[in-house]
Design a protein around this ligand. Structure first.
Ligand code: AMP
Ligand code: GLY
Length: 430
C-alpha cells in the first residue's frame, strides 16, 4: 500500500526508515519531511496541519494509510477531518480523534480524565482568570516546590517548577493576566511536585487492545550532567535497567488498562500511540503527562529495537486486531545522541553544510536526520535539532560510546552534542 507519513523530525526519519523496510509498503510519501526522509521516500512540500492539500495529495497518490508523527495535526483534528470526508474515510489514519488528542492538547482535560478513572498522578487544581484569587490562595498554602502548567500546547515551555511562593504567584499572574503563553495559558493547572526518576513508555492501542513498546529515557537539558535549559531532547536510551517486571505490571494494571478502559467509557476514539511520561517514585509509577504520539528522540531508540513489520502492526491497529500481534524486541541496548545547532534552544543559524554523512557505515549504527534539507547536492542544517545517531550495544554504555564515536566523524559549523547520554547507567568494564 501507499503510505503518507506526516512530520519532519528525527522521529519521522526513524519511522520512514522502518516503514520502508516493510514488504507491505509500496510508495512512501512524507509531508513535509527532511533530507533523511527523502532517502526513504518522496517528500511533499505540505504543512503538517494543511488538511486540504494533504487530502488532495492522498487522492493523487492513492494513499491507504496515514501515520501522524507530531501532536499538532492530531490536536487540530486531522483524524476527524479524514473520517468525516467522503472518499477519505477509508484511509487508515493512525492517531486519536480531536477530542481524544485533548489528553495532550489540554492538561486540565488530562488531569480530569486521570482523576475520573483513578489513574495515579500528582494532586492538582485548575484555575482561570475567573477564580484568580482562589489560585493565589491555593499557591500560598501549597508545599514547595510547586508545579504550574499552562493548559494548552506551549511548545514544551508551558511547565514551570517553582521553588518559592513569590515566584509561583508572579508566574501565575503572568499566565492569567498577561497572556505569557497566549491562549495556552488561559487556564492553569497547579500540581504537586513528583519526585523520582522520569521515563517514557509507549503504548499502541486500537481502542480495545494494546501493545506495550520498549521504554526509554530522554535527556531534556542542553548541558552535560543534566544542566542548563530544557530542549526537545538531546538523546535517549532504551531499555532502562530499573524497569523490572514488578514495575511493568504496575504500569499495566494501574495506568495503561484504566486509560484504555477510560477512553472507551468516555467514547473517545483512539487508534494510535499513547506516550506516557511517567515518574518512578521508589517503584510506584505516576503519570506526569500523556502525549498522543511517539516521542522524539525516544523513537530513534524504540523503533530500531522493534523487530516486527511496522506496517503490519499499524494495519492491526486500524482493524482492531492488536491482540493478534506479538512484539519481538531486540534484546540489545540502544542509545541515540542528538547533534544540535550552536545556540539551540535559543537562537541559532541555519544553512550550514553537514559533512561526513557519506562514509558512515559502521555496523549497528544509524543516522537519523532531523532539521536538515537538501541544497543541491549538499545536505544543510535547517533546524535546532539537526540529526540523531543511534547505536546498538551490549549495554547502554557501549551503545552510547559508539554513537559518540560516530558523532566525531560528522561535522557542521557550531555543531554541539551532549557526550554523556546514558551517564547514570554507566557500566565499567571488568
Ligand atoms: P511536560 O511539558 O508536561 O512534559 O513537563 C515538562 C517536564 O516538567 C517533565 O518532563 C518533568 O520533568 C517536569 N514535570 C512536569 N510535571 C511535574 C511534576 N508534577 N513533578 C515533577 N516534575 C514535573
Ligand atoms: N522527547 C519528549 C517528547 O517527544 O515530547
Amino acid at each position: 500500500m501507499n503510505i503518507l507519513l506526516i512530520g519532519s523530525g528525527g522521529r519521522e526519519h526513524a519511522l520512514a526508515w522502518k516503514l520502508k523496510q516493510s514488504p507491505l509498503c509500496n510508495k512512501l510519501f512524507i509531508a513535509p519531511g527532511n533530507a533523511g526522509t527523502a532517502l526513504c521516500g518522496t517528500n511533499l512540500p505540505i504543512g503538517i496541519s494543511d488538511f486540504e492539500p494533504l487530502a488532495a495529495a492522498c487522492k493523487e497518490h492513492a494513499i491507504e494509510m496515514i501515520l501522524v508523527g507530531p501532536e499538532e495535526p492530531l490536536v487540530n483534528g486531522i483524524y476527524d477531518y479524514f473520517k468525516n470526508n467522503p472518499g477519505l474515510e477509508k484511509i487508515k489514519l493512525i492517531g486519536p480523534s480531536k477530542e481524544a488528542a485533548q489528553l495532550e492538547g489540554s492538561k486540565a482535560f488530562a488531569k480530569s480524565f486521570m482523576k475520573k478513572h483513578g489513574i495515579p498522578t500528582a494532586a492538582y487544581a485548575e484555575f482561570s482568570a475567573d477564580n484568580y484569587m482562589e489560585g493565589v490562595n491555593y499557591i500560598k498554602a501549597h508545599a514547595l516546590p510547586i508545579v504550574l502548567k499552562a493548559d494548552g500546547l506551549a511548545a514544551g515551555k508551558g511547565v514551570l517548577i517553582c521553588q518559592n511562593h513569590l515566584e509561583a504567584m508572579s508566574e501565575f499572574e503572568l499566565m492569567l493576566h498577561r497572556a505569557k503563553f497566549g491562549e495556552a495559558g488561559k487556564k492553569v493547572v497547579i500540581e504537586d511536585f513528583l519526585k523520582g526518576i522520569e521515563l517514557s513508555m509507549f503504548v499502541l492501542t486500537d481502542g480495545e487492545h494494546y501493545i506495550l513498546l520498549p521504554e526509554a529515557k530522554d535527556y531534556k537539558r542542553i548541558g552535560a550532567g543534566d544542566t542548563g535549559l530544557n530542549t526537545g531532547g538531546m538523546g535517549a536510551v532504551s531499555p532502562l535497567p530499573f524497569v523490572n517486571n514488578d514495575f511493568l505490571e504496575k504500569v499495566r494494571k494501574e495506568i495503561i488498562e484504566p486509560t484504555i478502559a477510560g477512553l472507551k467509557k468516555d467514547k473517545l476514539d483512539y487508534k494510535g500511540f499513547i506516550f506516557l511520561g511517567l515518574m518512578n517514585d521508589n517503584g510506584e509509577p505516576k503519570v506526569i503527562e500523556y502525549n498522543c504520539r511517539l516521542g522524539d528522540p525516544e523513537t530513534e531508540v524504540v523503533i530500531p529495537r522493534i523487530k516486527n513489520d511496522l506496517v503490519e502492526i499499524l494495519m492491526a491497529t486500524s482493524e482492531k486486531r492488536l491482540n493478534e500481534v506479538k512484539l519481538e524486541i531486540d534484546g540489545r541496548s540502544a542509545a541515540t545522541v542528538v547533534a544540535v545547532s550552536g545556540g539551540y534552544p535559543g537562537d541559532y543559524q541555519k544553512g550550514k553544510e553537514i559533512n561526513g554523512l557519506e562514509d558512515t557505515s559502521i555496523d549497528d549504527t544509524m543516522i537519523f536526520l532531523a532539521g536538515t534539507k537538501n541544497d543541491g547536492k549538499k545536505i544543510v542544517t535547517n533546524g535546532g535539532r539537526v540529526l540523531a545517531v543511534t547505536s546498538f550495544g551490549a549495554n547502554i554504555t557501549e551503545a552510547a560510546e559508539q554513537s559518540n564515536y560516530m558523532m566525531e566523524q560528522l561535522f557542521f559549523e557550531d555543531m554541539y552534542f551532549r557526550p554523556d547520554i546514558g551517564y547514570e547507567f554507566k557500566t565499567v568494564e571488568q
